[in-house]
Design a protein around this ligand. Structure first.
Ligand SMILES: C[S@@+](CC[C@H](N)C(=O)[O-])C[C@H]1O[C@@H](n2cnc3c(N)ncnc32)[C@H](O)[C@@H]1O
Length: 278
């Protein structure tokens, strides 16, 4: 296999690439219909959430980060005004719908803060929605405020890059997912713990997703040899899983530190976690 290096642009979409740069700019440089699928976990715009009042989730997180030394997301890349977030999300989703092939899969992560906007934008783009998946984190931060339910889920929208009328033959590896699920039909509520410390041994990213979670999405909705783009790869979980399962990837992030972390993880062939299936 060709070794992966960090680039600032993409020479060809036929090879795996890790790219340091702005997602929208890089997406705009790619030809239409040049990748098979997109699986991505964009900024949720929760870092600035309720900053002044510090109620609910933020305060709860703060107790855990100060007293228990957990890491939370409070990053510049995750802070937008409401208007800026909406136009940013519209711009990158529009580009993703352009570069992914017709009937390719588009899979996007979010939380209750942003997932409805993402769903609405995909519907306005007239893309066919296939499923929403709930990722249930049984070990999520407890909520100490007693003013709301303890937030323990993230949401994933699975859409097909076609209109509702014309969508057909999208990839869904039903049998593979059934096999992963011990021979039982896979449902859309996935009980997978938050990312383990061992998966963070190359360095920390505040929203690193578990390999097991990304693994289900990759093997369930793509075939070996397919090219999957992740415009917001962070620590590179999508590229890592794509490589381990025989897919190609285009991973983009505008933070060099995270790009280097992704590179380290990709080059560590022993990264597989429990629950991993090729
Ligand atoms: C939610 S994190 C992704 C985490 C990833 N799924 C993982 O497992 O590590 C979103 C990432 O988007 C990156 N990002 C934010 N704005 C960006 C932009 N305009 N272009 C490229 N990357 C961006 C951030 O640096 C951050 O690493």
């Amino acid at each position: 296999m060709k070794s992966i290096s960090l680039k600032e642009e993409i020479d060809t979409t036929r090879e795996s690439s890790l790219v340091f740069g702005d997602a929208i700019k890089i997406l705009r440089s790619l030809p239409s219909h040049s990748v098979d699928h997109c699986i991505t976990d964009p900024p949720y715009n929760i870092s600035g959430y309720d900053h002044k009042k510090k109620i609910g989730w933020l305060q709860s997180n703060e107790v855990w980060t100060k007293e228990k030394n957990f890491s939370k997301i409070d990053a510049g890349w995750d802070k937008f005004s409401d208007d800026d977030y909406l136009s940013f999300t519209k711009d990158w989703l529009f580009e993703v719908a352009r570069v992914v092939k017709p009937n390719g899969n588009i899979i996007v992560f979010g939380s209750y803060h942003n997932i409805y906007q993402i769903g609405t934008i995909l519907q306005n783009l007239n893309r066919k929605l296939i499923n929403s998946i709930i990722w249930y984190k049984r070990n999520a931060f407890p909520n100490v405020t007693q003013r709301m339910l303890c937030e323990s889920t993230e949401h994933i929208i699975w859409a097909v890059n076609e209109t509702k009328k014309n969508a057909k033959n999208w990839i869904f590896n039903y049998k593979k997912l059934k096999e992963i699920n011990g021979g039982i039909q896979m449902r859309n509520m996935w009980d997978i713990p938050s990312t383990s410390i061992s998966e963070k041994r190359h360095g920390k990213h505040p929203s690193q997703k578990p390999v097991e979670l990304i693994n289900r999405l990759v093997v369930g909705t793509s075939n070996k040899g397919d090219i999957i783009i992740d415009p917001f790869m962070g620590s590179g979980t999508l590229p890592v899983v794509a490589q381990m399962t025989g897919r190609k990837f285009i991973g983009i992030d505008n933070n060099k530190h995270y790009c280097k972390l992704a590179l380290k993880r990709i080059n560590d062939s022993g990264i597989a976690s429990s629950g991993f299936v090729a």
